[in-house]
Design a protein around this ligand. Sequence first.
Ligand code: GLU
Length: 328
Amino acid sequence: MTTLKQLPKLAIASLGGTVSMRKDLLAGGVKPALGCEKQVAQVPELQAMALLEVETLALLPSASLDFPALLDVFAWAKSQVEAGAVAVILTQGTDSLEETAYFLDLIWPFDAPLVMTGAMRSASQPGNDGPGNLIAAAQVALADTSGGRGVLVVMDDQVHAASRVRKAASLSTSAFKSPSCGPLGLLLEGSVVYHHAIKRKEALPLPLRTDHKVALLESCLGADTDLLMAVTQLGYAGLVIAGFGAGHVSESWSAALGSIASMLPVVVATRTGSGPTARSSYGFVGGEIDLQAKGIHMAGQLCPRKCRILLWLLLASNNQHRLVSWLQ
Ligand code: GLU
């Protein structure tokens, strides 16, 4: 029989989000209300799986998290692993989960899994998915096969790599997808089965500064260049463009981006939601061959939002010269 002493130590923290939300009559809708203790209490099975260290780090809708808050979350998760936790789980809002997971993945230096989850239905709704996602996250976190995979996002019985996952639907309980490659693994009868491995690089150094800004703008039909040209005047340290198709912009944007790229790093990604940018297919002005000749970087597989996170972290530790090696 398993004794309490043999149970592994598992750290769980919540940051807020729908998984923590309950109906609030005054607000007229759901709001963050349940701290981590209450979320964990909804899943009594967790007590038999691990010795739990439970913490409420924030009770925010996830659009209001920011990079300094994530650095505090990282410090807490790091301290838990250093104190013997075999894995860490974070629950948070799903709106920014694809960005927070990638941010933490880029700086996570441990083999111990950092598993992130949330819910699409609040605790007040029938069929709420929070408790099911939380136990699935624990099953993934405690599996021997999850080590060395960095930050994992567990939603709807699927396990996604932080570098690939995105929220692809606004309200569906199966909102999370990893376009082009699919999920890394699945939960089957409570056990995780991995179908793919993930190549990870060494963790990036922690930020030396947090006061710099990276802009993200989307190319769209007939757009003028006024906002683009304001980027340098407003003190941005980097610029990411969600480009058309395989990473393309208009002729006027190509000229503007060329001049911006002589002052700060510029990356063009695809706004399509799936697939990589091209590198050597299109020869028109505004196509990837022209953009690269102007000193602009193509994002490869990284979506625009994850590019912005990467560029921000590289700039934060004066490692922008490593950008190209990350864009594949
Ligand atoms: N649907 C979002 C969630 O799952 C809304 C709020 C948020 O992201 O915090 O949590």
